[in-house]
Design a binder for this molecule. Structure first.
Ligand code: NAD
Length: 368
Protein backbone atom coordinates (compact mmCIF):
# COMPACT_ATOMS: atom_id res chain seq x y z
CA UNK A 1 0.00 0.00 0.00
CA UNK A 2 1.20 3.51 -0.84
CA UNK A 3 1.47 6.14 1.84
CA UNK A 4 0.70 9.85 1.35
CA UNK A 5 1.06 12.63 3.92
CA UNK A 6 -1.21 15.62 3.32
CA UNK A 7 -0.09 18.95 4.80
CA UNK A 8 -2.89 21.41 3.93
CA UNK A 9 -1.22 24.38 5.65
CA UNK A 10 -2.83 27.82 5.88
CA UNK A 11 -5.29 30.07 4.06
CA UNK A 12 -6.79 28.36 1.01
CA UNK A 13 -4.53 25.32 1.57
CA UNK A 14 -7.16 23.27 3.47
CA UNK A 15 -9.85 24.21 0.92
CA UNK A 16 -7.91 23.12 -2.17
CA UNK A 17 -6.50 20.03 -0.47
CA UNK A 18 -10.05 18.97 0.43
CA UNK A 19 -10.73 18.65 -3.31
CA UNK A 20 -7.47 16.73 -3.82
CA UNK A 21 -8.63 14.23 -1.18
CA UNK A 22 -11.82 13.63 -3.15
CA UNK A 23 -9.76 13.02 -6.30
CA UNK A 24 -7.44 10.61 -4.46
CA UNK A 25 -10.49 8.74 -3.15
CA UNK A 26 -11.81 8.46 -6.69
CA UNK A 27 -8.57 6.85 -7.89
CA UNK A 28 -8.78 4.52 -4.89
CA UNK A 29 -12.30 3.29 -5.58
CA UNK A 30 -12.29 3.44 -9.40
CA UNK A 31 -8.70 2.65 -10.38
CA UNK A 32 -7.37 0.50 -7.55
CA UNK A 33 -4.95 3.12 -6.23
CA UNK A 34 -4.29 1.54 -2.83
CA UNK A 35 -3.19 4.37 -0.58
CA UNK A 36 -3.23 5.27 3.07
CA UNK A 37 -3.64 8.99 3.80
CA UNK A 38 -2.36 10.81 6.85
CA UNK A 39 -2.63 14.53 7.59
CA UNK A 40 -0.67 16.98 9.72
CA UNK A 41 0.04 20.68 10.22
CA UNK A 42 2.57 22.93 8.50
CA UNK A 43 3.07 26.70 8.46
CA UNK A 44 1.20 29.20 10.63
CA UNK A 45 -1.30 26.63 11.91
CA UNK A 46 1.60 24.44 13.10
CA UNK A 47 3.14 27.46 14.82
CA UNK A 48 -0.17 28.15 16.60
CA UNK A 49 -0.37 24.53 17.75
CA UNK A 50 3.28 23.72 18.51
CA UNK A 51 5.30 26.96 18.34
CA UNK A 52 7.18 25.67 15.27
CA UNK A 53 6.30 25.79 11.56
CA UNK A 54 6.48 22.01 11.44
CA UNK A 55 6.66 19.64 14.40
CA UNK A 56 9.23 16.85 14.70
CA UNK A 57 6.38 14.35 14.63
CA UNK A 58 5.07 15.74 11.32
CA UNK A 59 8.63 15.71 9.92
CA UNK A 60 8.94 12.04 10.86
CA UNK A 61 5.75 11.27 8.97
CA UNK A 62 7.06 13.21 5.96
CA UNK A 63 10.31 11.24 6.01
CA UNK A 64 8.38 7.97 6.02
CA UNK A 65 5.81 8.94 3.35
CA UNK A 66 6.04 7.89 -0.30
CA UNK A 67 4.86 11.39 -1.18
CA UNK A 68 3.96 14.57 0.66
CA UNK A 69 1.16 16.73 -0.75
CA UNK A 70 1.28 20.31 0.54
CA UNK A 71 -1.29 23.11 0.21
CA UNK A 72 0.22 26.50 1.05
CA UNK A 73 1.66 28.29 4.06
CA UNK A 74 1.63 31.79 5.46
CA UNK A 75 -0.65 34.76 6.00
CA UNK A 76 -0.72 38.18 7.68
CA UNK A 77 -1.55 36.62 11.05
CA UNK A 78 2.06 35.37 11.28
CA UNK A 79 3.86 38.39 9.83
CA UNK A 80 5.51 39.22 13.15
CA UNK A 81 6.51 35.71 14.18
CA UNK A 82 10.25 35.20 14.84
CA UNK A 83 12.22 34.46 11.65
CA UNK A 84 13.05 30.85 12.59
CA UNK A 85 9.41 30.01 13.32
CA UNK A 86 7.79 31.82 10.37
CA UNK A 87 5.44 29.68 8.24
CA UNK A 88 7.92 29.38 5.32
CA UNK A 89 10.43 27.78 7.70
CA UNK A 90 8.23 24.65 7.64
CA UNK A 91 8.59 24.44 3.87
CA UNK A 92 12.34 25.05 4.01
CA UNK A 93 12.77 22.33 6.63
CA UNK A 94 10.80 19.87 4.52
CA UNK A 95 12.95 20.64 1.49
CA UNK A 96 16.20 20.42 3.46
CA UNK A 97 15.46 17.30 5.53
CA UNK A 98 13.95 15.40 2.59
CA UNK A 99 16.97 16.55 0.50
CA UNK A 100 14.75 17.72 -2.34
CA UNK A 101 17.28 19.06 -4.83
CA UNK A 102 15.19 18.98 -8.00
CA UNK A 103 12.23 21.30 -8.49
CA UNK A 104 9.94 20.45 -11.40
CA UNK A 105 7.71 23.22 -12.69
CA UNK A 106 5.62 22.37 -15.73
CA UNK A 107 4.27 25.32 -17.70
CA UNK A 108 1.26 24.06 -19.60
CA UNK A 109 -1.06 26.38 -21.46
CA UNK A 110 -4.52 24.90 -21.81
CA UNK A 111 -6.15 25.85 -25.06
CA UNK A 112 -9.28 27.03 -23.21
CA UNK A 113 -7.20 29.55 -21.23
CA UNK A 114 -4.77 30.72 -23.91
CA UNK A 115 -6.38 34.16 -24.01
CA UNK A 116 -5.48 34.72 -20.34
CA UNK A 117 -1.77 34.69 -21.20
CA UNK A 118 0.13 37.93 -21.59
CA UNK A 119 1.39 36.58 -24.93
CA UNK A 120 -0.58 36.06 -28.13
CA UNK A 121 -2.63 32.87 -28.35
CA UNK A 122 -0.61 31.33 -31.20
CA UNK A 123 2.63 31.68 -29.20
CA UNK A 124 1.29 29.87 -26.12
CA UNK A 125 -1.56 27.59 -27.21
CA UNK A 126 -0.45 24.00 -26.62
CA UNK A 127 2.61 25.12 -24.66
CA UNK A 128 4.02 22.28 -22.54
CA UNK A 129 7.45 22.95 -21.02
CA UNK A 130 9.04 21.34 -17.99
CA UNK A 131 11.50 23.49 -16.07
CA UNK A 132 13.87 21.52 -13.85
CA UNK A 133 15.45 23.84 -11.29
CA UNK A 134 18.30 22.92 -8.96
CA UNK A 135 16.90 23.71 -5.51
CA UNK A 136 19.45 23.18 -2.77
CA UNK A 137 22.69 24.71 -4.08
CA UNK A 138 24.03 27.79 -5.83
CA UNK A 139 23.97 31.38 -4.72
CA UNK A 140 21.08 31.04 -2.24
CA UNK A 141 23.17 28.72 -0.06
CA UNK A 142 26.83 29.36 -1.00
CA UNK A 143 29.39 30.53 1.56
CA UNK A 144 30.76 33.07 2.27
CA UNK A 145 27.65 35.18 2.57
CA UNK A 146 26.55 38.12 4.66
CA UNK A 147 26.75 41.86 5.08
CA UNK A 148 29.90 43.34 6.61
CA UNK A 149 30.58 46.85 7.78
CA UNK A 150 33.69 48.17 6.05
CA UNK A 151 34.14 50.85 8.72
CA UNK A 152 34.33 53.74 6.28
CA UNK A 153 30.62 54.34 6.02
CA UNK A 154 30.35 51.56 3.44
CA UNK A 155 28.94 48.05 3.79
CA UNK A 156 29.55 44.98 1.62
CA UNK A 157 26.92 42.37 0.78
CA UNK A 158 28.25 39.00 -0.37
CA UNK A 159 26.68 35.86 -1.76
CA UNK A 160 28.56 33.07 -3.41
CA UNK A 161 27.49 31.11 -6.47
CA UNK A 162 29.00 27.68 -6.02
CA UNK A 163 28.31 24.28 -7.58
CA UNK A 164 30.16 21.02 -7.24
CA UNK A 165 30.20 18.20 -9.77
CA UNK A 166 27.83 15.89 -7.84
CA UNK A 167 25.18 18.61 -7.60
CA UNK A 168 25.20 19.18 -11.34
CA UNK A 169 25.35 15.46 -12.12
CA UNK A 170 22.27 14.60 -10.10
CA UNK A 171 20.10 17.42 -11.46
CA UNK A 172 21.26 16.57 -15.01
CA UNK A 173 20.15 12.97 -14.40
CA UNK A 174 16.70 14.03 -13.19
CA UNK A 175 16.30 16.29 -16.23
CA UNK A 176 17.65 13.60 -18.56
CA UNK A 177 15.20 11.00 -17.23
CA UNK A 178 12.28 13.37 -17.66
CA UNK A 179 13.36 14.42 -21.16
CA UNK A 180 13.61 10.76 -22.20
CA UNK A 181 9.97 10.29 -21.15
CA UNK A 182 8.94 13.34 -23.18
CA UNK A 183 10.23 14.71 -26.47
CA UNK A 184 13.90 13.77 -25.92
CA UNK A 185 14.99 17.39 -26.09
CA UNK A 186 16.87 19.05 -23.24
CA UNK A 187 18.02 22.67 -22.99
CA UNK A 188 20.45 23.70 -20.25
CA UNK A 189 20.70 27.37 -19.21
CA UNK A 190 23.68 29.03 -17.48
CA UNK A 191 26.06 31.98 -17.90
CA UNK A 192 29.28 30.25 -18.99
CA UNK A 193 30.37 33.45 -20.71
CA UNK A 194 30.83 35.32 -17.41
CA UNK A 195 30.75 32.74 -14.61
CA UNK A 196 33.09 29.81 -13.92
CA UNK A 197 30.23 28.01 -12.14
CA UNK A 198 28.33 28.32 -15.44
CA UNK A 199 31.23 26.84 -17.36
CA UNK A 200 31.38 23.90 -14.97
CA UNK A 201 27.59 23.47 -15.23
CA UNK A 202 27.84 23.43 -19.01
CA UNK A 203 30.66 20.86 -19.07
CA UNK A 204 29.13 18.52 -16.49
CA UNK A 205 25.70 18.55 -18.13
CA UNK A 206 27.33 17.76 -21.49
CA UNK A 207 29.30 14.91 -19.93
CA UNK A 208 26.30 13.30 -18.18
CA UNK A 209 24.04 13.60 -21.19
CA UNK A 210 26.56 12.16 -23.65
CA UNK A 211 27.47 9.29 -21.30
CA UNK A 212 24.03 8.40 -19.95
CA UNK A 213 21.46 9.85 -22.35
CA UNK A 214 22.99 9.49 -25.81
CA UNK A 215 19.54 9.67 -27.45
CA UNK A 216 18.80 13.13 -26.06
CA UNK A 217 19.22 16.25 -28.16
CA UNK A 218 21.05 18.65 -25.82
CA UNK A 219 21.20 22.39 -26.37
CA UNK A 220 23.01 24.95 -24.20
CA UNK A 221 21.54 28.42 -23.92
CA UNK A 222 22.76 31.48 -22.01
CA UNK A 223 20.28 32.20 -19.22
CA UNK A 224 19.61 35.80 -20.33
CA UNK A 225 18.96 34.66 -23.88
CA UNK A 226 16.73 31.92 -22.48
CA UNK A 227 14.57 34.55 -20.74
CA UNK A 228 14.16 36.31 -24.07
CA UNK A 229 13.40 33.09 -25.93
CA UNK A 230 10.75 32.16 -23.36
CA UNK A 231 8.75 35.26 -24.22
CA UNK A 232 9.63 35.22 -27.94
CA UNK A 233 8.98 31.59 -28.84
CA UNK A 234 8.40 29.47 -25.73
CA UNK A 235 7.27 26.36 -27.62
CA UNK A 236 10.84 25.79 -28.87
CA UNK A 237 11.62 24.22 -25.46
CA UNK A 238 10.59 20.87 -24.06
CA UNK A 239 12.65 20.25 -20.89
CA UNK A 240 14.81 23.06 -19.52
CA UNK A 241 17.37 22.43 -16.76
CA UNK A 242 19.01 25.27 -14.86
CA UNK A 243 20.47 26.32 -11.53
CA UNK A 244 18.72 27.66 -8.44
CA UNK A 245 18.88 31.38 -9.20
CA UNK A 246 18.17 31.27 -12.93
CA UNK A 247 15.54 28.60 -12.32
CA UNK A 248 13.76 30.83 -9.83
CA UNK A 249 13.43 33.53 -12.45
CA UNK A 250 12.91 31.46 -15.60
CA UNK A 251 10.21 29.31 -13.99
CA UNK A 252 8.28 32.44 -13.00
CA UNK A 253 8.59 33.79 -16.54
CA UNK A 254 7.29 30.48 -17.91
CA UNK A 255 4.49 30.48 -15.33
CA UNK A 256 3.19 33.83 -16.52
CA UNK A 257 2.89 32.47 -20.05
CA UNK A 258 0.17 30.14 -18.88
CA UNK A 259 -2.21 32.72 -17.44
CA UNK A 260 -3.07 31.91 -13.83
CA UNK A 261 -1.34 31.08 -10.59
CA UNK A 262 -4.28 28.89 -9.63
CA UNK A 263 -3.36 26.45 -12.43
CA UNK A 264 0.32 25.77 -11.73
CA UNK A 265 1.55 22.58 -10.07
CA UNK A 266 5.06 21.69 -8.94
CA UNK A 267 7.09 18.78 -7.64
CA UNK A 268 10.32 18.64 -5.66
CA UNK A 269 12.29 15.41 -5.79
CA UNK A 270 15.26 13.95 -3.94
CA UNK A 271 17.68 11.22 -4.95
CA UNK A 272 16.21 7.81 -5.82
CA UNK A 273 16.45 5.30 -2.96
CA UNK A 274 19.20 2.75 -3.68
CA UNK A 275 16.87 -0.20 -2.99
CA UNK A 276 13.43 0.88 -4.17
CA UNK A 277 14.47 3.38 -6.84
CA UNK A 278 11.80 5.72 -5.47
CA UNK A 279 12.75 9.32 -4.70
CA UNK A 280 11.51 11.34 -1.75
CA UNK A 281 8.95 13.78 -3.12
CA UNK A 282 6.89 16.82 -2.21
CA UNK A 283 4.09 18.04 -4.47
CA UNK A 284 2.56 21.49 -4.09
CA UNK A 285 0.81 24.20 -6.07
CA UNK A 286 2.97 27.20 -7.01
CA UNK A 287 0.51 29.68 -5.50
CA UNK A 288 0.52 30.84 -1.89
CA UNK A 289 -2.17 30.81 0.78
CA UNK A 290 -4.21 33.61 -0.86
CA UNK A 291 -5.38 35.21 2.41
CA UNK A 292 -7.57 37.63 0.41
CA UNK A 293 -9.97 34.81 -0.54
CA UNK A 294 -9.27 32.24 2.19
CA UNK A 295 -12.33 30.65 3.78
CA UNK A 296 -14.66 31.87 1.04
CA UNK A 297 -14.78 28.71 -1.06
CA UNK A 298 -13.50 30.61 -4.09
CA UNK A 299 -10.00 29.18 -4.55
CA UNK A 300 -9.11 27.28 -7.69
CA UNK A 301 -8.10 23.73 -6.70
CA UNK A 302 -6.65 22.84 -10.13
CA UNK A 303 -3.00 23.61 -9.29
CA UNK A 304 -3.23 21.23 -6.32
CA UNK A 305 -5.11 18.60 -8.33
CA UNK A 306 -2.47 18.82 -11.08
CA UNK A 307 0.23 18.46 -8.40
CA UNK A 308 -1.40 15.16 -7.42
CA UNK A 309 -1.31 14.19 -11.13
CA UNK A 310 2.45 14.76 -10.98
CA UNK A 311 2.63 12.49 -7.92
CA UNK A 312 0.79 9.77 -9.85
CA UNK A 313 3.37 10.07 -12.62
CA UNK A 314 6.67 10.65 -10.82
CA UNK A 315 6.21 8.80 -7.51
CA UNK A 316 3.58 6.16 -8.15
CA UNK A 317 4.48 5.23 -11.74
CA UNK A 318 0.86 5.58 -12.81
CA UNK A 319 1.35 7.58 -15.98
CA UNK A 320 -2.03 6.45 -17.38
CA UNK A 321 -3.85 7.71 -14.30
CA UNK A 322 -1.91 10.99 -14.43
CA UNK A 323 -2.88 11.35 -18.05
CA UNK A 324 -6.54 10.63 -17.23
CA UNK A 325 -6.54 13.29 -14.52
CA UNK A 326 -4.92 15.87 -16.83
CA UNK A 327 -7.48 15.09 -19.53
CA UNK A 328 -10.29 15.45 -16.97
CA UNK A 329 -9.02 18.93 -16.05
CA UNK A 330 -8.80 19.88 -19.73
CA UNK A 331 -12.33 18.58 -20.26
CA UNK A 332 -13.65 20.71 -17.39
CA UNK A 333 -12.00 23.83 -18.80
CA UNK A 334 -13.28 23.08 -22.31
CA UNK A 335 -16.76 22.69 -20.82
CA UNK A 336 -16.49 26.26 -19.51
CA UNK A 337 -16.16 25.74 -15.74
CA UNK A 338 -14.20 28.62 -14.21
CA UNK A 339 -13.23 29.75 -10.71
CA UNK A 340 -12.91 33.53 -10.23
CA UNK A 341 -9.19 33.69 -11.01
CA UNK A 342 -9.68 32.29 -14.54
CA UNK A 343 -13.17 33.65 -15.22
CA UNK A 344 -13.97 34.71 -18.77
CA UNK A 345 -17.19 36.10 -20.31
CA UNK A 346 -20.05 33.60 -20.75
CA UNK A 347 -18.35 30.84 -18.74
CA UNK A 348 -19.82 28.88 -15.82
CA UNK A 349 -18.71 30.37 -12.48
CA UNK A 350 -17.94 27.76 -9.83
CA UNK A 351 -16.26 27.78 -6.43
CA UNK A 352 -13.65 25.41 -5.03
CA UNK A 353 -16.00 22.48 -4.44
CA UNK A 354 -17.88 23.15 -7.69
CA UNK A 355 -14.60 22.80 -9.57
CA UNK A 356 -13.90 19.59 -7.62
CA UNK A 357 -17.38 18.28 -8.57
CA UNK A 358 -16.70 19.06 -12.23
CA UNK A 359 -13.33 17.25 -12.19
CA UNK A 360 -14.91 14.18 -10.54
CA UNK A 361 -17.73 14.19 -13.10
CA UNK A 362 -15.15 14.38 -15.91
CA UNK A 363 -13.18 11.51 -14.35
CA UNK A 364 -16.37 9.44 -14.22
CA UNK A 365 -17.05 10.21 -17.86
CA UNK A 366 -13.52 9.74 -19.24
CA UNK A 367 -12.47 6.93 -16.89
CA UNK A 368 -15.18 4.48 -17.89
P1 NAD B 1 -0.66 34.13 -3.38
O1 NAD B 1 -0.23 33.13 -4.41
O2 NAD B 1 -1.16 33.57 -2.11
O3 NAD B 1 -1.81 35.07 -4.01
C1 NAD B 1 -1.58 35.96 -5.09
C2 NAD B 1 -2.93 36.29 -5.76
O4 NAD B 1 -3.38 35.15 -6.50
C3 NAD B 1 -4.04 36.60 -4.75
O5 NAD B 1 -4.90 37.59 -5.26
C4 NAD B 1 -4.79 35.29 -4.63
O6 NAD B 1 -6.16 35.43 -4.29
C5 NAD B 1 -4.63 34.71 -6.02
N1 NAD B 1 -4.59 33.23 -5.97
C6 NAD B 1 -3.52 32.47 -5.59
N2 NAD B 1 -3.85 31.18 -5.64
C7 NAD B 1 -5.12 31.11 -6.06
C8 NAD B 1 -6.03 30.04 -6.31
N3 NAD B 1 -5.69 28.75 -6.13
N4 NAD B 1 -7.28 30.34 -6.74
C9 NAD B 1 -7.65 31.60 -6.94
N5 NAD B 1 -6.84 32.67 -6.72
C10 NAD B 1 -5.59 32.42 -6.29
O7 NAD B 1 0.59 35.08 -3.12
P2 NAD B 1 0.76 36.28 -2.06
O8 NAD B 1 -0.53 37.03 -1.92
O9 NAD B 1 1.98 36.97 -2.47
O10 NAD B 1 1.07 35.55 -0.69
C11 NAD B 1 0.09 35.26 0.30
C12 NAD B 1 0.72 34.41 1.40
O11 NAD B 1 1.16 33.17 0.86
C13 NAD B 1 1.97 35.07 2.02
O12 NAD B 1 1.96 34.80 3.40
C14 NAD B 1 3.12 34.35 1.34
O13 NAD B 1 4.28 34.33 2.13
C15 NAD B 1 2.55 32.97 1.16
N6 NAD B 1 3.13 32.18 0.05
C16 NAD B 1 3.27 30.85 0.28
C17 NAD B 1 3.73 30.04 -0.73
C18 NAD B 1 3.80 28.56 -0.46
O14 NAD B 1 3.20 28.09 0.47
N7 NAD B 1 4.50 27.81 -1.27
C19 NAD B 1 4.07 30.56 -1.98
C20 NAD B 1 3.88 31.94 -2.19
C21 NAD B 1 3.40 32.73 -1.17
Amino acid sequence: MENILILPGDGIGPEVMGEVRRVIDWFGTQRGFDVSLDEDLVGGCAYDAHGAAISDAAMEKAMAADAVLLGAVGGPKWDNVAYAARPEAGLLRLRADLELFANLRPAICFSALADASSLKRDLVEGLDIMIVRELTGGVYFGEPRGITDLGNGQRRGVNTQVYETYEIERIARVAGDIAMKRDRRLASAEKRNVMESGLLWNEEVTRIVSAEFPDLALEHVLADNCAMQLVRNPKQYDVLVTDNLFGDILSDVAAMLTGSLGMLPSASLGAPDAETGRARALYEPVHGSAPDIAGEGKANPIASIMSFAMALKYTFDRADDADLLERAVMHVLDAGFRTGDIMQPDMKAVGTSGMGDAVLAALNELGK
